[in-house]
Design a protein around this ligand. Structure first.
Ligand SMILES: [Zn+2]
Ligand SMILES: [Zn+2]
Length: 94
């Protein structure tokens, strides 16, 4: 099931639809009707975005009909915390 590396974009979309058909319980708020695939480990870290072991259902395209959260969107905005550059010695006056 997982581990196929020859998925086209079309196959990827179909795989995601099938994944959500099998389980649509949002892994963030725990309510059903999830509509996007969230990646448990950030894909930016070299994780294959098509690795289904790294997939979890989440609300994103539309808000959760149960609690009204935009789960995947919230998560994105919360994790994009800009790192404060405190190492700059801007106060040095010598
Ligand atoms: Zn949710
Ligand atoms: Zn919810």
């Amino acid at each position: 099931m997982a581990g196929r590396s020859d998925l086209t974009a079309y196959g990827y979309r179909k795989a995601r639809a099938r994944f959500l058909a099998e389980s649509d319980v949002c892994h963030i708020c725990g309510h059903p009707a999830a509509n996007v695939i969230d990646h448990i480990n950030p894909v930016a870290r070299g994780v294959d975005p098509r690795d289904e072991d790294n997939w979890a259902p989440a609300h994103g395209v539309t808000r959760c009909p149960t609690c009204g959260r935009n789960c995947n969107g919230e998560k994105g905005s919360n994790t994009q915390v800009k790192s404060l550059n405190t190492s700059r010695d801007w106060y040095e006056s010598d």
